[in-house]
Design a protein around this ligand. Structure first.
Ligand code: HAM
Length: 431
């Protein structure tokens, strides 16, 4: 036998047992986006490398260490997208979607980062993201946050996540703050670890994100960007906080929240959970008023976020919040007991599906002994088997066998079947 070829580390197959939960999650999101008036955009998985370098920033972890970059056959440098915002801006600009108009867009799909795989962190992962263009006030920031909060509510997750909020101010205020911060770090040079020393010149704000316990005390006393905001950003932030207060959405202001992508200005936020270990950020985003211009357009304010589907699915499983409808179980297994009953079972299945579009019914195929047929019925996970044999054929009936309940089986006329199955679809037990 030849050696088996395996999937690439950090890139996962989504197996049939897991897909009902993903579909449930995606359905909830799709429905929610429509309810808030967001339109879907789909962009290619591969873009020119320059797009990500210019938007995410040359000296970020993503661009420096994590991108899947390759030369194509023409010698062009291409990259598998590590996130969706840059592509979304590129597409919106390319197709004139930002010209004198606002846009509320959402997207979903795989993203690629060459990080060290661990629970909740993968090299191919899936995001759902939202980007709103052309609106500069804090009302849209608040709306995107409320949209995500509603999703947590719908999924039963709301009490398990915390909203962390910060403002990064204007680029000018941030540049001034950067100087203050660098002076502070230089005065504490001996406490800085190697990574932080490297960042001191390239990206000193990211030092604030360090989890190194030896630096914790020094970081706690570091000057806070919140105290160095420009007046307009400060007001923007206060108005956002007031809107969240009015909507009764609790938040923690985290002055050290800086995010790992360079394009942000003003609002940044993260939804985090303690239930997943170290990869606890399930959704993150913020405002990026300078990015459209940086990518060649006229200035257009923008705000958005993205959530990691794997982390959210994992959270639903960990907290035992997977509803029955997300388990994908069959309702009915149609079981012809011999060759002669096959056509009747097949047609009965079609009739049922026509009248009961919600019904999930599977037909037994492939013959086998009576015992093995029943075994398959049980293994199918269906609640009910519909048995059709010689007797049933002769009298136009069907036998209902309960596969998950201790109940006598029951024989019905085929025309009474629909009425008998209806309560099953409404989540009730049978009459
Ligand atoms: P991000 O913080 O890099 O932001 O990613 C957003 C979310 O994607 C994270 O909070 C996490 O849930 C998930 N995620 C990121 N990396 C991985 C990974 N390696 N494995 C599993 N899940 C992961 C962005 O990507 C921005 N584009 C968000 C945004 C949109 N900002 C404005 N608009």
């Amino acid at each position: 036998m030849s050696k088996k070829i395996q999937a690439i580390r950090g890139m996962n197959d989504l197996l049939p047992a897991q897909s009902p939960l993903w579909q449930y999650f995606e359905d909830q999101v799709r429905d929610l986006m429509a309810r808030y008036g967001y339109d879907e955009i789909r962009t290619p998985i591969v873009e020119q490398t320059a797009l990500f370098k210019r938007s995410i920033g040359e000296v970020t972890d993503i661009v420096e260490k994590e991108m899947y970059t390759f030369e194509d056959r023409n010698g062009d440098s291409l990259t598998l997208r590590p996130e969706g915002t840059a592509s979304c801006v590129r597409a919106a600009l390319e197709h004139g979607l930002l010209h004198n108009q606002t846009q509320r867009l959402w997207y979903q799909g795989p993203m690629f980062r060459h990080e060290r795989p661990q629970k909740g962190r993968y090299r191919q992962f899936h995001q759902i993201g939202v980007e709103a263009f052309g609106l500069e006030g804090p009302d849209i920031d608040a709306e995107t946050i409320l949209l995500s909060a509603r999703l947590w509510q719908q999924l039963g997750l709301f009490e398990y996540v915390t909203l962390e909020l910060n403002s990064l101010g204007s680029p000018e205020a941030r540049a001034a703050y950067r100087d203050t911060l660098v002076s502070y770090f230089e005065a504490h040079h001996d406490v800085l670890d190697e990574d932080s020393r490297r960042r001191l010149t390239s990206n000193p704000l990211r030092i604030l994100d360090s989890k190194n316990p030896d630096m914790a005390a020094m970081l706690a006393d570091a000057p806070r960007l919140m105290d160095h905001l420009d007046a307009e950003s400060k007001e923007h932030f206060e108005r956002l906080c007031a809107l969240l207060d009015a909507a009764d959405i609790a938040y923690e202001i985290n002055p050290r929240l800086v995010r790992g992508l360079d394009y942000y200005s003003r609002t940044v936020f993260e939804w985090t959970t303690t239930a997943l270990g170290s990869q606890g950020t399930v959704c993150a985003g913020g405002r990026y008023d300078g990015l459209v211009e940086q990518l060649g357009g006229k200035p257009v304010p923008a705000v958005g976020f993205a959530m990691g589907i794997e982390r959210l699915v994992l959270l639903l499983e960990t907290l035992d919040l997977v509803p029955d409808e997300a388990r994908g179980a069959l309702d009915v297994y149609l079981l012809p007991m011999d060759e002669a009953s096959t056509a009747t079972a097949l047609l009965l299945g079609e009739r049922l599906r026509e009248t009961l579009p919600e019904l999930r019914a599977q037909l037994h195929c492939g013959g086998g002994s009576f015992k093995s047929r029943l075994k398959k019925a049980d293994k199918s996970g269906a609640r009910l088997a519909l048995l059709l044999g010689e007797d049933e054929l002769a009298e136009g009936s069907v036998t209902l066998k309960y596969l998950r309940e201790e109940r006598e089986q029951q024989r019905l006329r085929q025309e009474d079947l629909i009425a008998a199955l209806t309560p099953l679809l409404e989540g009730e037990s049978f009459a």
